[in-house]
Design a protein around this ligand. Structure first.
Ligand SMILES: [Fe+2]
Ligand SMILES: [Fe+2]
Length: 343
């Protein structure tokens, strides 16, 4: 379906004066046409593109979600980047480095998608380093051993895939398209995490114990990545109505637990949750209680590594200032040359 370009809809209120009522009417009509078009696209499960009219609340919701997602990819590089220099072999080092670079790429696709909604990347980055923007709570936990690289890949990237595959069909075009590419790379990330754990699990008793310990520490935070329980997730209903969200938090969490139950057997490890079971009546996987107070604390900035993650991000931003200045100077020089040529 062709996208309808309604970018010409003015955002400004009508100027005061004699012409105001007519301008108001024109504005109201354009808004009504835009809303009708938007509603039709959503009901047909088609896509909204950046130049299309969209409700202000839809734009705001997407901007928040996509920028938080971008921040999570960027901050999420840190726990694993810490292990690049300590990876146990050159091969492991190369694989981990490629994975961390992929996460940087995910952040960049997502910042680009968010920019199409009207906010600059600089602003998003300023909000992140000022501590005003949120990112996934999982990245505020420490990566204590090499086995954590396995557990992060298997559980954290695994949960991310579960969450993100349905987002490939999100109603906002740039977000859905970014997710298609990201999900392909996340699958590789999960496999490499699984493989690290498998090798440790088949190693010495101490290595197997290290793998189990990492799974024990990352299991609950990974389950909390799907967000609060459905009855405590006030924005989910609207996101579902807008075809941004396709499945509820609890539904996705349950599916993820089912996947992990199968895979943990192959690993020869166990999930640290004696209450995992398949409910024959609801046909869903169930798990033990999660500590939602801890989730809220970490999200509010009081997790084990929140301040360390932000401080490192600030430092990296400051260290990169010369690159941004050089790129801007080069772009300016090029545009001057183009102008000279045109004159
Ligand atoms: Fe990623
Ligand atoms: Fe990943």
């Amino acid at each position: 379906m062709a996208a309808q370009n309604l970018q010409s809809v003015p955002d400004q209120p009508a100027a005061p004066g004699a012409a105001a009522p007519a301008a108001d009417q024109g504005q109201a009509q354009l808004e009504a046409e835009g809303q009708a078009y938007f509603d039709r696209v959503i009901s047909e499960d088609s896509r909204i593109e950046p130049r299309d009219w969209m409700p202000a609340a839809y734009r705001k919701t997407l901007l928040r979600q996509i920028s938080q997602h971008a921040h999570s990819e960027i901050i999420g590089m840190q726990p694993e980047a810490n292990w690049i220099s300590r990876a146990p072999s050159l091969k492991r080092k190369a694989i981990l480095m490629a994975k961390v670079q992929d996460e940087a790429g995910h952040g960049l696709y997502l910042y680009s998608a968010a920019e199409t909604l009207g906010q600059s990347r600089d602003q998003m980055m300023d909000d992140l380093i000022a501590g005003k923007a949120r990112y996934s709570s999982i990245f505020n936990y420490p990566a204590l051993t090499w086995a954590d690289m396995g557990a992060i890949g298997w559980l954290v990237d695994g949960a991310a895939i579960c969450n993100q595959v349905p987002l490939c069909r999100a109603s906002y075009g740039p977000y859905g398209r970014a997710m298609v590419r990201i999900c392909k790379e996340e699958s590789f990330h999960q496999r490499q995490g699984f493989e690290i754990l498998l090798e440790l699990s088949n190693g010495t008793p101490a290595q197997k114990q290290m793998a189990q310990d990492a799974v024990n520490r990352w299991y609950a935070p990974a389950l909390m990545m799907f967000g609060p329980p459905d009855d405590d997730s006030p924005n989910s209903k609207q996101s579902t109505a807008w075809n941004i969200k396709r499945f509820s938090n609890d539904e996705l969490r349950s599916r993820f637990v089912g996947m992990m139950v199968e895979q943990v057997r192959v690993l020869g490890l166990t999930l640290p949750d004696s209450e995992v079971r398949f409910n024959e009546d609801t046909r869903k996987w169930e798990h033990g209680p999660l500590d939602w107070n801890e989730f809220k604390e970490v999200l509010a900035g009081r997790g084990p590594c929140n301040s360390q993650r932000l401080e490192r991000r600030r430092q990296a931003h400051d260290d990169g200032a010369w690159v941004r200045e050089a790129a801007a100077a080069y772009a300016h020089k090029q545009s001057m040359k183009t102008k000279e040529f045109a004159a």
